[in-house]
Write a protein of this length. Sequence first.
Length: 231
Amino acid sequence: METAEQAVQTAVPRQRRVGTFTLGIVLVIAGAGMLASMFWPQFQPEWLLKASPCILILLGIETLLSARGGGRVKYDWLGMFLCFILTGAALCMYCAAWWVVNGNSLVSASRWANEYLYEMTYDRLDGADSHTMRLEAGDTLQCQIYTYYGRLEVEISDEDGNTLCEGNALEGNHTIEIPRTGDYTILVWGRHAGGGFSFVRAVAGEVPPAEEAPPETERYSEIETVPQEDG
């Protein structure tokens, strides 16, 4: 025979604090991502940061479904504190993901640039870099791009905004004809890229010898990139 306390527990639906289900899902996914990064070195856990807004989505869905199910969610100070922790964690992870995607992320890079040459090698390039050359009509740009991972997007435009290369992901050797005299800007955008590239001005189809390059060549062991909007 059930007691009065057991009868009350049977009649009243069991309550759970808001946020506990979302917290469990977040812990499972985060643990699985960490474990995967240990056994598969090529696995990039950055997608966990990029997926941080899903925490807020899960928390909102949990609240809506629980309220719809007859008010079985317990809203006490501990539940509110748990929601605050989840929301704060989501915002911090989002800021970190934004910095990874749009911030300055050129690591262990060497850069050479002058009026004849624009060259760079890098272990990781996440962001944009550019160089402007004065080119004559009939010149060509000899492009060599090699990428170990990720991709490199290239845009070449003149001083009037006319583009010769519209942000395409390039790989290998390319030759670009220069239609008219002017200042041309070469903009490169790395997408988790590792490798290198070179753009060499060739006059009448001939690449000038390296020793003829002007002495103003600049070299950097590490440089900062300018964050730009993701197209």
